[in-house]
Design a protein around this ligand. Structure first.
Ligand code: CU
Ligand code: CA
Length: 529
């Protein structure tokens, strides 16, 4: 062996830090990258939330100027949805799907790498849009005319950066979705038929199809915004023969499925945690899958329930009202099945189970208030109020956080071989669950009383509930920092534990149906070669 080849071999066996993380095609490394990225974005968008809860602490406070307040709300929403929650679920998908189906890695490892590394660039554009002229201010929904000509009266750079960021985020999501579909359909262990597929994989398989169907619609919508901004197309400009309401149709045709893109992976996670801590198989496996498919199908025919007040014909309002209410059926099936899984089970309440139970309760509050919003005649009262803000935070914000936090408590021992501090985790859970309800529950009452969303100040009668909400938010935010501390402490200094014995061996990777246990990639250490 020549000296040159020896050096080369040594180089490959011990890749530099940069090579390992930038060029990685290992699903675990990429999963970790996604999770770290998501954590950073959570901290960023979370601190924005802390700041505008300060602005809303009491009437009359002028801490952030009104324009900047709208910019804060816009970036908070976009970063939370596209930068934090979606990448967190993508990270969990990367870690778990190959292990659950017995595949050595994802089917398309280089596309996997590319899909992740698009994200930091997209996030940079989004963050850059804050400091250039024309910071986006129209909310995460980007409604024209404000998303075309800003409050400055001009078309400015910030809005364009946002549009390019959305394109990149969409590309990243679609690449990830293709990879997940190909992996699940082609790389399952022998004997693992689709009806034996672990529930997290089913949830992600359906989510991936939603992504492929929904993201291009958003890309089309923002491209039309771009041409309206620069090339005088007037798609959304009444003066040129267009209609701003068209954008709402396009946006929500993406936006409602997007809600399920966020929540279906969470459903999958809960379907693993609840059986493990009930010492019972999941109740109603097949009906869980049909419910997921039903929710996914319905998600594409309900978009205009966001638009009851736009002056749609009565028949339109009624169609979207009834279609939306139908979603309660498959959703109810899922809640019923989780509860039935627990029924007469041998329950224990470690941190992952507490998070799963919190998810079920929080998502149910979100679902019931969703039913209230779905009623077209009543929606005229709630529309654009804090009732909506609280509803969607329960449905797709904090419920997603509990699923992610629960999943990390549940699988971190399996990933790292180390156990987290259970006592600290339970303290973190209880602070967090009380604080989050103190934050958001008062917002329902604020909304019912008529407090509009996206305002930097408000009338005196809303003072008490806002103060309560701000106090809750700061405690909730701090509790999430405690969570990050618990995770770091586990990874770098946690108590070592025998991998197979965690949770009595019920780690959700060993599927409970009578199929051969899949070979999974724990057999190899998580190092690139
Ligand atoms: Cu919707
Ligand atoms: Ca204020």
């Amino acid at each position: 062996m020549t000296h040159a080849t020896m050096t080369h071999a040594a180089h490959d066996e011990h890749p530099t830090w940069l090579r390992r993380w930038v060029f990685t095609t290992n699903h675990k490394d990429i999963g970790t990258l996604y999770l770290v990225f998501a954590a950073l974005m959570f901290v960023f968008a979370g601190s924005q939330a802390m700041a505008f809860r300060l602005e809303l602490f009491a009437p009359g406070i002028q801490f952030i100027d009104p324009l900047a307040f709208n910019q804060f709300v816009t970036i908070h929403g976009l970063v939370m949805v596209f930068g934090a929650v979606m990448p967190a679920f993508a990270g969990l998908a990367n870690w778990l799907i190959p292990m659950m189906i017995g595949a050595p890695d994802m089917a398309l490892p280089r596309i996997n790498n590319w899909g992740f590394w698009i994200l930091p660039f997209a996030a940079s554009l989004l963050l850059l849009s804050i400091v250039v002229p024309g910071t986006p201010e129209a909310g995460w929904t980007m409604y024209p005319p404000l998303s075309i000509v800003g409050s400055s009266g001009k078309v400015q750079l910030g809005g364009d950066l946002l549009i390019f960021a959305v394109h990149l985020l969409g590309m990243s999501s679609i690449l990830g979705a293709i990879n997940i579909i190909v992996t699940i359909l082609n790389m399952r262990a022998p004997g693992m038929s689709l009806m034996k597929l672990p529930m997290f994989c089913w949830a992600w398989l359906i989510t991936a199809f939603l992504l492929i169907a929904a993201m291009p619609v958003l890309a089309g919508g923002v491209t039309m915004l771009l041409t309206d901004r620069h090339f005088g197309t007037s798609f959304f400009d009444a003066a040129g023969g267009g209609d701003p309401v068209l954008f709402q149709h396009i946006f929500w045709f993406f936006g409602h499925p997007e809600v399920y893109i966020i929540i279906l992976p969470a459903f999958g996670i809960i379907s693993h945690i609840v059986p493990a801590f009930s010492r019972k198989p999941l109740f109603g496996y097949a009906s869980m899958i049909y419910a997921l498919v039903g929710i996914a199908f319905l998600s594409f025919i309900v978009w205009a329930h966001h638009m009851y007040t736009t002056g749609m014909p009565l028949a339109g309002n009624l169609f979207f009202m009834y279609a939306t209410m139908l979603i309660a059926v498959p959703t109810g099936v899922k809640i019923f099945n989780w509860v039935s899984t627990m029924w007469k089970g041998s329950l224990s309440f470690e941190a992952p189970m507490l998070c799963a139970l919190a998810f079920i309760m929080i998502f149910t509050v979100g679902g019931f208030t969703g039913m209230m919003l779905a009623m077209a005649p009543a929606d005229y009262q709630y529309h654009d109020t804090y009732f909506v803000v609280s509803h969607f935070h329960y449905t797709m914000g904090i419920s997603a956080i509990y699923a992610i936090v629960g999943a990390i408590y549940f699988w971190l021992p399996k990933w790292s071989g180390r156990l987290y501090d259970e006592r600290l985790a339970r303290i973190q859970f209880w602070i967090s669950i009380v604080a989050v309800n103190v934050t958001f529950f008062p917002q329902f009452f604020l909304g019912l009383a008529g407090m509009p969303r996206r305002i930097p100040d408000y009338a005196l009668q809303f003072a008490d509930f806002n103060m309560l909400s701000s106090l809750g938010a700061w405690v909730f935010g701090s509790a999430q920092l405690l969570f990050l501390y618990i995770v770091l402490k586990t990874v770098f200094a946690g108590r070592r534990t025998a991998e197979a014995r965690v949770w009595d061996g019920a780690t959700g990777l060993e599927w409970t149906l009578p199929s051969p246990a899949p070979y999974h990639s724990f057999a190899t250490p998580p190092v690139v070669h």
